[in-house]
Design a protein around this ligand. Sequence first.
Ligand code: NAD
Ligand code: DAU
Length: 375
Amino acid sequence: MKRSIIITGGAGFIGSHVVRLFVNKYPDYKVINLDKLTYAGNLDNLKDIQDKPNYKFVKMDICDFDGVLKLMQDEKVDGIIHLAAESHVDRSIKDPFTFAQTNVMGTLSLLQAAKCYWDGNWEGKRFYHISTDEVYGALEMTNPEGIKPPFTTKASSGEHHLAYGSKFFTEDLKYQPHSPYSASKASSDHFVRAFHDTYGMPTIVTNCSNNYGPYQFPEKLIPLFINNIRHRKPLPVYGKGENVRDWLFVEDHARAIDIIFHKGKIAETYNIGGFNEWKNIDIIKVLINTVDRLLGRPEGADMDLITYVTDRAGHDLRYAIDSTKLQRELGWEPSLQFEEGIERTVRWYLDHQEWVDNVTSGEYQKYYDSMYKNR
Ligand code: NAD
Ligand code: DAU
């Protein structure tokens, strides 16, 4: 095998798309999916590639320093793409300790294992850490009605294409995380950079905006709401629904990760985003219309499911990524128009009700726990 790489969190939402891309695109790489299989990890996400000869799954906690070090030695690992994390802001508000443990201590443990194994032989090695735009905090909404943004890409050229302020997250902004989740991700980013600056480890960090697409755990806005609309359950809109997020189709993120893993400059940070800002309430209306249409209901029939609820504590108002550095230096830009991405996503969830039911019932967890308990 030409390379042997570990992808952590490969059974989760984004990780499964990255694993699939690498396994299919690089038959001469050994791709090791290291995942603890928390509630968010699901091997059903990878059924289509699980029998490929260049794929291996290892059930392991990133906090298990000895286990990770031994795995790196046994498999002669020369690259790590690190996605494993606790990823849901609402959970972090209820249980910040778990976020510090996994996102901070887990990342540190992984870095330390890589440092011990690579032992200063950095040639051909790479530690690539996947982070979030939430570390930059929140942007002001200076144009609540929306303005024409300074960026144009194929992906953002749909009818909507608005920006809600004139400032964007750029790579040189200072970190101002607000939630326990973003604070834990910010801390992990600092550790990754510290391992480059102190020991010379070849690291890269990327900070991405909100992803959407197939296999996202249905506690996040888009899959949760698609499922609720289907079953005519209330849609809990936090606050006034005015918060803005920048949405990127998950396969575009996976493609960016591939390019950056191979061509990104050591010690650099790249922001990844969709140039695609939406107020939550506007997305929710698109979801209602799309689900209704695809289920043969009159479009908009389910608007009365919208239920305004108490706002999320510390709710960041606006995220908007400027990813022109990545576009300019490595030639990446989002490929899929949002309207097309949402249509594909809604169709996928409607066609995969069994997946949604398994994930939400926890049945898959019991099954895989018994399957892997002796490994
Ligand atoms: P996810 O919650 O869907 O998946 C996380 C995966 O990590 C799961 O498979 C889980 O089992 C695994 N995991 C959790 N704790 C672990 C541990 N201690 N050891 C090993 N595995 C563990 O997350 P996601 O939405 O796919 O996000 C993946 C990464 O991308 C995260 O680091 C997240 O911060 C980052 N990110 C996510 C988004 C987004 O919109 N979802 C945007 C930007 C960045
Ligand atoms: O920006 C990148 C981040 O995007 C990632 O780092 C996180 O891992 C990912 O979970 C996501 O964070 P958000 O908090 O933005 O995503 P979420 O889907 O939880 O919420 C999107 C918006 O919708 C947010 O403004 C809160 C709102 N919301 C969410 C839920 C779950 C609601 O109004 N109601 C809801 O029930």
